[in-house]
Design a protein around this ligand. Structure first.
Ligand SMILES: [Zn+2]
Length: 97
């Protein structure tokens, strides 16, 4: 089998969200809907990161890999998660039970 001149044309990319499936076309970077899923995964990774360096690394990944629209979506998810976390913290402080 000749792989030198056809591979680039016929081999789809692995979906960037990390699901392990291949995209439908060579130009696509994600399966349909998986770009939003990747934004959600990265937002959760930022929220879950305990180490500021790790959090900065995930934020850089968001900037590098996501489209501007998805970067905005990820940022909204991070901000919402941080508000929920802050509210939970306040609740714990005011209600020690
Ligand atoms: Zn995927």
């Amino acid at each position: 089998m000749n792989t030198t001149d056809t591979a680039a044309v016929t081999t789809p990319n692995l979906c960037r969200c990390g699901c392990g499936d291949q995209t439908k076309t060579t130009k696509a970077r994600y399966l349909p809907g998986h770009d939003a899923r990747h934004a959600g995964q990265l937002a959760r990774a930022v929220l879950a990161a305990q180490d500021p360096k790790q959090r900065a690394t995930v934020r850089r990944t968001i900037t590098k890999q996501l489209s501007p629209a998805l970067q905005a979506k990820a940022k909204r998810m991070i901000e919402r998660g941080q508000r929920i976390e802050a509210a939970r913290h306040r609740t714990n402080v005011s209600d020690p039970s």
